[in-house]
Design a protein around this ligand. Structure first.
Ligand code: GLU
Length: 410
């Protein structure tokens, strides 16, 4: 008899976290590994947010918070939605959770019945697939192409819809591709959905503030979509607050209530201190906040540098990302090539041929000591993901190592 449930045994572990852990272990074993695997800003949380947390401890905000979040925080989130996205939400439409990941998990659990179909444009963020699987839903992938900046066309969306479609989940700016939908592109998708009033959309907007093109576009801005869009956001990426674990949704009241009910049985609420600090973060206007603007400018500078460097790596097909902090180069032209027989990869796996994105990432990890994430984890085995949320020096060195390793493939 199996001890572990089928549910958990059949679920894939998070590959972004697994690669990060492997890189950590190699580092601990004395290897000089540069980790470009996890998507985590290398900046510190803004001072005023940290001060608010210290004050919260001193003021004894240490008891159970209300399940959906403190009223002051929910009000601050409503003000943020209005200020940044021109979206009108009331506090009863807001649920604050332990990271955007939990927010998405709860929404999917609250809406998806077994065998309901969930449309997920690929490449997608790793956890969408696992979460739908846990809800016993069926993921329906729409494969996009690098030539189209990995964006879904209205025709593709229409073709993927069936009477069983319950939901679509997507992120813009996108993890893992760094691409984003313009107003017109998003509107064209919304126009298709206008014909299917029973389909809900989970709009993952966690990379909102890391946008190099200008205005962020929300699915909920289209009036016929507002009542069936769940807008997901949080503080991890835009405010360098990954460890604080705060995500939130703006949703139709019935859905917010269902998520609240679920959260009450799962985590009770999220951390009181992190919530008090997040009120401060919500008050920071991205149009004027020095911290947010500076972080974005630094990310943009790194993006431009890495774009130049990656184009010099043989076999890499690269597009210029417009947001987030990832490159998602296509490397499949290197599949079928052989790595040196004396390489660490060949020793470890007993073969020299690179056949897919996992082989490629493992070769780069063990022989170039650079941690990437295999595209297969995101639903596109032709590509690999590289996070540039690290210093310019490390990025330059990492791409140099990757280039040398690729040049050694025959
Ligand atoms: N979202 C980040 C990433 O994609 C953090 C790790 C995770 O939760 O997947 O790297």
């Amino acid at each position: 008899m199996e001890i572990i449930s089928n549910r958990v045994r059949n679920m894939a572990a998070s590959e972004t976290l697994a690669m990060t852990q492997t890189a950590r272990e190699l580092k601990e074993a004395g290897k000089d590994v540069i980790s470009l695997s996890i998507g985590e800003p290398d900046f510190n949380t803004p001072e005023e947010v940290k001060e608010a947390a210290k004050q919260a401890i001193d003021e004894n905000w240490t008891h159970y918070p209300p399940v959906p979040g403190y009223p002051e925080l929910k009000k601050a989130i409503c003000a943020k939605f209005k200020r940044d996205n021109n979206l009108d939400y009331t506090p009863d439409q807001i649920i604050v959770s332990t990271g955007a990941k939990q927010s998405i998990y709860q929404v999917v659990m609250a809406l998806v019945n077994p065998d309901d179909e969930v449309i997920i444009p690929a490449p997608f963020w790793v956890s969408y697939k696992a979460i739908v699987q846990l809800a016993e839903g069926k993921s329906v992938y729409i494969q996009t192409k690098i030539e189209n900046d990995f964006k879904v066309t209205p025709e593709q969306l229409r073709a993927a819809i069936t009477p069983k479609t319950k939901m679509m989940i997507f992120s813009s700016p996108s993890n893992p591709t760094g691409m984003l939908y313009s107003h017109d592109e998003l509107k064209a998708l919304a126009e298709v959905l206008r014909d299917y009033p029973n389909i809900f959309v989970v709009a993952d907007e966690i990379y909102e503030h890391i946008n190099f093109e200008g205005k962020h576009e929300s699915m909920a801005q289209f009036d016929w979509m507002k009542e069936r869009t769940i807008t997901v956001n949080g503080v991890a990426k835009g405010f360098a607050m990954t460890g604080w674990r705060i995500g939130f949704i703006g949703a139709p009241v019935a859905i917010a209530k269902a998520c609240n009910k679920l959260q009450g049985q799962v985590t009770s609420a999220t951390c009181s201190i992190a919530q008090r600090a997040t009120i401060k973060a919500m008050e920071m206007d991205p149009k004027t906040s020095k911290d947010i603007i500076e972080m974005r400018n630094i990310f943009m500078k790194r993006r431009d540098m890495v774009f130049e460097l990656l184009q010099q790596v043989p076999g890499f097909k690269v597009r210029l990302p417009k947001g987030a902090f990832y490159f998602f180069p296509e490397v499949s032209s290197l599949y079928g090539k052989n790595v040196p027989a004396d390489s660490a990869f060949a020793q470890k796996y007993g073969k020299t041929k690179i056949e897919n994105s996992t082989d490629f990432c493992m070769y780069i990890l063990y022989d170039a000591n650079v941690a990437l994430v295999m595209g297969s984890a995101f639903g596109d085995d032709k590509c690999v993901r590289l996070s540039y949320a690290t210093s310019e020096d490390k990025l330059r060195e990492a791409v140099k190592r990757i280039k040398t390793a690729v040049e050694n493939m025959k």
